[in-house]
Write a new protein. Structure first.
Length: 190
């Protein structure tokens, strides 16, 4: 039982370190040697959990969208007003900027899309699909006369991702806040 716990904790430590690396440097930032050093294990030990970089990249992206989906669902459960949910949506993108001027992991990997292995591409697409579907549900709750708002949901997802990218390029979280405020004033975010 002890080796299973150590193995499980090593896997989690690898995923955590890989998430930080990918949010700062994208898929190409997933370097087994660097990750092993950060986690305090041998690089060969990473292969026990993730036989290839593609396996690691897919696992990190999957865990990321699972965490984001849980956060979005929790937000929706605690915030009964769909307009407030929509206005709070950019918070998860802002948190990445607050955490060392990092990008949303899947947004970063989307920029590398052409160079990603298929398994990683699939997880990156799933992240976008989850965001757009959640936004569609929230927008539909606001405007019940219009049950499908996939176009607007996609526009919001792209706009918030773009605001994060602009703010990161200047290491200026206040810029992110200004852009999001302008989206609120223009009606894009409620």
């Amino acid at each position: 039982m002890m080796s299973m716990t150590i193995s499980s904790s090593s896997r989690e430590a690898i995923l955590t370190a890989a998430r930080r690396a990918a949010q700062m440097h994208g898929y190409n930032g997933l370097n087994f040697r660097d990750l092993a050093k950060e986690v305090g294990i041998k690089a060969a030990s990473i292969y026990y959990h993730f036989p290839s970089k593609a396996d690691l990249g897919a696992a990190v992206a999957r865990r990321y969208w699972e965490d984001i989906r849980a956060a979005l669902n929790a937000m929706q459960a605690e915030t009964t007003d769909p307009r407030l949910c929509l206005r709070r949506y950019p918070e998860m993108f802002r948190r990445s900027l607050e955490n060392g001027n990092r990008l949303c992991l899947c947004s970063f990997m989307s920029a590398e899309y052409a160079d990603l292995p298929d398994a990683v591409r699939h997880e990156v697409q799933t992240f976008a699909d989850i965001n757009v579907a959640w936004l569609d549900t929230v927008i539909s709750a606001i405007d019940q006369a219009s049950p499908h708002n996939t176009g607007r949901a996609s526009a919001i997802f792209a706009a918030v991702s773009g605001a994060q990218l602009m703010a990161r390029s200047r290491a200026d979280i206040a810029l992110f806040d200004e852009i999001i405020d302008s989206y609120c004033r223009s009606g894009l975010l409620g």
